[in-house]
Design a protein around this ligand. Structure first.
Ligand code: FES
Ligand code: FES
Length: 188
């Protein structure tokens, strides 16, 4: 069966079964490998794309749910998006694996909130996990891209567990608390 999807402004025909998660179609059928597989369970945010402008976990979103929807992946940002420039300026990535999902969540935030507060950023980004603990640089880059003062850009991580920031520990706690509960796929 062929499904028609609107991806990055183009209508494409895909052969995958309707129940196939979008992430597999993007990476394996269409070669759009900027979107990453992390957990496969809507728990890490590595696979975040936009569906009609909202951040959505592609690993749990079947293509059957996307008929008529406008899908955008990290490739749609083109490499020179203000967030991508800010990411480079603030040297955000460490291993880099989570970062396309981080940027897509941030892009959805800035599209809806031009001058986000720290609370807005925390709320928008709380579902995107970074095992390298780049959260402070992510926040600084988002503020910079929004034209706000990136005062937290050079703040040193607080002393705590090896390799983890406060935010990382908080998010780990959130995952544990949310385990088995909400998913952020379309319609959920
Ligand atoms: S791969 Fe982790 S949320 Fe989709
Ligand atoms: S940069 Fe390594 S997981 Fe985020």
């Amino acid at each position: 069966m062929t499904s028609m999807l609107d991806i990055n402004g183009k209508t494409v025909a895909v052969k995958a079964a309707p129940e196939t998660p979008l992430l597999w179609v993007l990476r394996d059928e269409l070669g759009l490998t900027g979107t990453k597989f992390g957990c496969g369970m809507a728990q890490c945010g590595a696979c975040t794309v936009h569906v009609n402008g909202d951040p959505v976990r592609a690993c749990v979103t079947p293509i059957a749910a996307l008929s008529g929807a406008k899908i955008a992946t990290i490739e749609s940002l083109g490499g020179a998006h203000p967030l991508q420039q800010a990411w480079v300026k603030h040297d955000v990535p460490q291993c880099g694996y989570c970062q396309s999902g981080q940027i897509m969540s941030a892009a959805a935030l800035l599209a809806q909130t031009k001058a986000p507060s720290d609370e807005d950023i925390d709320n928008a980004m709380s579902g995107n996990i970074c095992r390298c603990g780049t959260y402070q640089r992510i926040r600084a880059a988002i503020k910079d891209a929004a034209g706000l003062t990136a005062a937290t850009a050079v703040a040193a991580p607080a002393a705590q567990g090896p390799g983890k920031s406060v935010a990382a520990n908080d998010i780990d706690d959130d995952i544990a608390a949310a385990s088995g509960s909400t998913s952020r796929g379309v319609g959920q």
